[in-house]
Design a protein around this ligand. Structure first.
Ligand SMILES: *Cc1c(COP(=O)(O)O)cnc(C)c1O
Length: 467
């Protein structure tokens, strides 16, 4: 056989399109995509033939069935969404790269109804007139935090920008040098402030700032006193930061508003559950912040959002700011946030229903039980690997509680006939995208961040890869 004969055996695009299996695929995929994939596959076969050496031609076969299967596989790959679920086996609960907070399971029904049908997003059902999208969250946020008013925008970075842009446009904002943080690579307090049109006035030093430093920097052009929670780092040792109450006193003396950016605002005092104390949103308001900003999808456990709570007179102005229109949240966010907030009416329910809080508050016995379960399941697979339960440490993540290492139990796996890095790669690239880590030349799965149904998935993939 020669190349010319082989080329002539290649089917035309039209011929492949008329194949029964391909016609069936048109129910699932757009026709244009099917045609594109068929073209590519035929083209690939043509290139293969071109590259054949003399002796290889006899054995080369153009098999339509193989071609069709390849087309099916390619279509599946090309049509798959690029944003997909992964399994977080890292033990970092609020994992910035893996979508931060996973939301509560039960929200899905409310969310789907609002997403797929019409809603009263900007409609007041009682009066039959136009309403505000921000009104839906007012009652619940007031009930939980005691704040006078609330405004929700896209994320906390936007919240800080809007707050400063509304309350201190063209004015000076006094902030401690020790709190001029960069968060997540692109959010820098000094840059955000510049963008908002406020002028940064730095006081104190990196490790020590006193209330008197703030007071000494006040001029007639001071717009606000800002306190920023240094989420992702700590200055330890010889340090001082003024308490919010002290800033409140100065604020009252000079009639200047006090703003606190809490970062990962929490509603529950987590020190009750063995974690370090993090100031709650309620604490900030109680201690005298006029405005507090925080994220919806860090420890709070809801959707991505920037939540602004505090005095009505300031929030009313923010609602009227033109920038708010550009930062506004859509109906999914409002729905998901309201549904998440509802759990907080009862602390016990919040801890149970919100995955982020549940993961952060497992007792060591619960974690031990989970590790035993996964260890047992993997043991029954009979794979060629050494599998052990070890003591490990999880992290809160999301720039929260940076020094906090939460004791956990991890499964360590050392395969007999495959490198640990190969195992890590195989689990990461497999259909279920299991993201673990390598430590001390072992593959590590932290059970803290696993959902129940993921144990089985992990076992199936381990069997596929090592079985
Ligand atoms: C995380 C964080 C932000 C940014 O919040 P996003 O929701 O990521 O926009 C701002 N300030 C502080 C203190 C933070 O920790």
């Amino acid at each position: 056989m020669d190349k010319k004969t082989l080329f002539s055996k290649l089917p035309s695009v039209d011929k492949v399109l008329s194949n029964g299996c391909i016609i069936e695929l048109e129910k699932q995929y757009p026709r244009s995509l099917i045609v594109e994939v068929i073209r590519e596959q035929i083209d690939m076969a043509r290139k293969k033939i071109l590259a054949l050496a003399e002796g290889e031609m006899e054995s080369f076969d153009i098999n339509e069935e193989i071609l069709i299967n390849e087309i099916k596989d390619q279509l599946k790959l090309k049509y798959a969404l690029k944003l997909k679920r992964v399994i977080n086996a890292t033990g970092v609960v609020v994992h910035t790269n893996l979508g931060r907070s996973p939301m509560a399971e039960e929200i899905k029904e409310d969310l789907w109804l609002i997403a797929s049908r019409y809603s009263n997003l900007e409609y007041d059902i009682e009066s039959g007139k136009r309403g505000s999208r921000y009104s839906h969250l007012e009652d619940i946020v007031r009930k939980i935090t005691g704040a006078e008013d609330v405004l929700v925008v896209n994320n906390n970075a936007a919240a800080v920008m809007l707050v400063l842009g509304t309350m201190a446009q063209g004015k000076e904002v006094i902030t401690s040098r020790g709190e001029l943080v960069e968060i997540g690579g692109s959010f820098r307090i000094p840059s955000v402030m510049e963008q908002s049109g406020a002028k940064l006035v730095e006081v104190g030093t990196t490790n020590k700032t006193y209330a008197s430093d703030y007071e000494a920097a006040i001029t007639e052009n001071t717009g606000a006193l800002l306190k920023v929670h240094t989420s992702n780092f700590r200055v330890v040792g010889f340090t001082n930061t003024p308490e919010l109450e002290e800033l409140r006193e100065i604020g009252d003396k000079y009639d200047i508003p006090v703003i606190e950016d809490l970062g990962s605002g929490v509603f529950i005092d987590l020190s009750k559950y063995g974690l370090s104390y993090e100031p709650t949103v309620m604490d900030s308001l109680r201690k005298g912040a006029d405005i507090v900003t925080f994220s919806g999808d860090k420890i709070l456990g809801g959707p991505q959002a920037g939540i602004i709570v505090g005095k009505k007179k300031y929030i009313e102005k923010m609602k009227k700011n033109q920038m708010t229109r550009a930062l506004r949240v859509d109906k999914f966010i409002i729905c998901a946030l309201e549904a998440t907030m509802r759990y907080y009416i009862e602390e016990e329910i919040a801890i149970k229903k919100i995955p982020t809080l549940r993961m952060l508050t497992y007792t060591i016995d619960e974690i031990e039980e989970k590790a035993q379960r996964l260890h047992g399941m993997i043991g029954r697979l009979g794979i060629a690997a050494e599998v052990n339960i070890e003591v490990g440490h999880s992290q809160v993540g999301g720039g929260s509680l940076p020094l906090e290492r939460i004791e956990s139990r991890v499964i360590s796996i050392v395969p007999e006939s495959m490198s640990v890095s190969r195992l890590e790669e195989s689990l990461r690239l497999c259909e279920d995208h299991i993201i673990g880590r390598i430590y001390d030349e072992k593959y590590i799965i932290d059970v803290r961040t696993l959902f129940d149904e993921e144990y089985e998935i992990i076992c199936n993939q381990l069997k596929n890869i090592l079985g």
